[in-house]
Design a protein around this ligand. Structure first.
Ligand SMILES: [Zn+2]
Ligand SMILES: [Zn+2]
Length: 364
C-alpha cells in the first residue's frame, strides 16, 4: 500500500500529507496513530495540523501547549525515516476560513485568547473567544516564523454554499504580499477546479491533503487500492529544509483519486519518469511493430493515442495499471528504426480541464 512515484531527472519525489488531525483538536486518534498510518502509506513527511481555536476534547485533554501533537508525533517517528513537520490550522469564518501554517517554530504564538470562559469544558465559548483575535494577526505571526501558509478547502460548503472557490480580498492581499503561499485543490474526497485556477492565477503552490480525522483505512481503503490525497514534492534531497524550499518554489503535483494535477514544469518530468517505452521489434515477415510500455508509478495511466498509426490489440485508448507493463502492436507501415507515439494523458491535468500529452519514442 505504500505510495510510490519515481524521482524525476532533476529532483527526488517526496510523498507528503500536510493536513491531518488528532485528538489534540477534532481528530479521533492519538498522534502516534497518524505516524503509524504515514509509515504504512510510505509517506516521506507528515504534518499534524490541529485547529488552534477549536478543541472539542477540552474536558478530557486540556493542552494549553499547541505544540503537543507535534511533540508526540515527532517522538513516535523518531526511529523512522518519516519527517514530522510542525503545523497548525488557523480557524476562522469566511473570508479567512481555514489556513494551515507548516514549518512553524512555535504554534502557541498563532493564538491569543482574551477572556476565555471559566468552565474548561465550554468548547464553543472557548472557540468564540479564540476567534476574536483577528485572523490577519495569526497569519502575520506564522509568517514571522517563516512558515509556509496555504488556504484550506476554500470550496467547503459550510462556508461557501455553492461549493465554488472564489478568490477574496483577504487571501488576494496576503498572496500579493507574500504572506499566503499555497492553496488546497484537493482535500479528502473533494477536488476543486476553481481552486486550481486560483492557484495558477495567483502563483500559489498546489496542495493535496487528506485532512483525516478518523482512520486512513476507513476513509481511503488502501487494502482495496485506494489512497489518501497527497502532495508530491520535488526536492533536492529528502530533508525538511528541501521540502520547504520546494513548496515555496511551487514544485508540487497533487495526487487525488488517480489524478495527477500540477503545473507543466513539474507534471511532464513526473510523467516522463513514470512511463517508459522499450523493446521495439517487428513481427516476423511483417512491418507490424511490437513495443513495451512500462509504468513504474502508483497511478493507473489512462492514455489516448493521437498519432496517425493504429494498433492491433486496442483502439486509441490504452490503460497501463500501476507498476505494470503492456505490449502494444503498432502498424507504422514500414520497419522503421525508430517509432514515436504521442498520447494524451487523460488522468493528468496541467490546468482545469486540460490534459497534457507525452511523446514516447523507442529505437531498435
Ligand atoms: Zn479546516
Ligand atoms: Zn483540518
Amino acid at each position: 500500500r505504500t505510495i510510490v512515484f519515481p524521482d524525476t531527472e532533476q529532483y527526488v519525489t517526496l510523498v507528503v500529507d500536510l493536513h491531518t488531525h488528532s485528538v489534540f483538536s477534532d481528530g479521533h486518534v492519538w498522534p502516534k496513530i497518524r505516524v503509524a498510518e504515514a509509515l504504512r502509506d510510505g509517506l516521506d513527511a507528515l504534518a499534524i495540523t490541529e485547529h488552534l481555536e477549536y478543541q472539542p476534547h477540552r474536558l478530557d485533554i486540556p493542552h494549553p501547549d499547541r505544540n503537543r501533537a507535534y511533540d508526540d508525533a515527532k517522538a513516535a517517528g523518531r526511529n523512522s525515516e518519516l519527517i514530522v513537520i510542525r503545523g497548525s490550522e488557523i480557524t476562522r469564518n469566511a473570508p479567512a476560513g481555514h489556513v494551515n501554517a507548516v514549518f512553524l517554530d512555535d504554534a502557541n504564538k498563532l493564538l491569543k485568547v482574551d477572556n476565555p470562559p471559566s468552565n474548561p469544558g465550554d468548547v464553543s465559548g472557548y472557540s468564540t473567544a479564540a476567534r476574536k483575535w483577528p485572523a490577519q494577526k495569526a497569519i502575520e505571526a506564522a509568517n514571522a516564523q517563516d512558515a509556509f501558509l496555504f488556504w484550506n478547502h476554500p470550496w467547503w460548503t459550510r462556508q461557501q454554499r455553492d461549493g465554488v472557490t472564489r478568490m477574496n480580498a483577504f487571501h488576494a492581499d496576503n498572496a500579493k504580499n507574500g504572506l499566503l503561499h499555497g492553496i488546497e485543490i484537493a482535500n479528502g474526497s473533494t477536488y476543486s477546479e476553481e481552486a486550481f485556477q486560483v492557484a495558477l492565477d495567483y502563483g500559489l503552490a498546489l496542495i493535496g491533503v487528506s485532512d483525516v480525522h478518523d482512520l486512513i483505512d476507513w476513509d481511503y481503503q488502501p487494502h482495496n487500492g485506494g489512497h489518501r490525497p497527497v502532495t508530491l514534492v520535488f526536492a533536492e534531497e529528502k530533508s525538511a529544509g528541501a521540502i520547504k524550499r520546494a513548496l515555496f518554489a511551487n514544485r508540487t503535483v497533487v495526487w487525488f483519486r488517480n489524478l495527477l494535477i500540477g503545473r507543466v514544469e513539474q507534471l511532464l518530468p513526473l510523467l516522463e519518469a513514470s512511463l517508459n517505452i522499450s523493446n521495439l521489434s517487428y513481427r516476423p515477415q511483417t512491418s507490424v511493430a511490437e513495443v513495451t510500455i512500462t509504468n513504474i508509478s502508483d497511478a493507473n495511466f489512462e492514455l489516448r493515442y493521437v498519432g496517425d498509426y493504429t494498433f492491433m490489440y486496442s483502439a486509441d485508448r490504452i490503460r497501463i495499471p500501476a507498476h505494470e507493463a503492456i505490449t502494444l502492436l503498432v502498424k507504422p507501415g514500414d520497419t522503421l528504426d525508430r517509432v514515436a507515439l504521442e498520447f494524451v494523458v487523460e488522468n493528468a491535468l496541467f490546468a482545469p480541464g486540460e490534459h497534457p500529452s507525452i511523446n514516447l519514442s523507442v529505437s531498435r
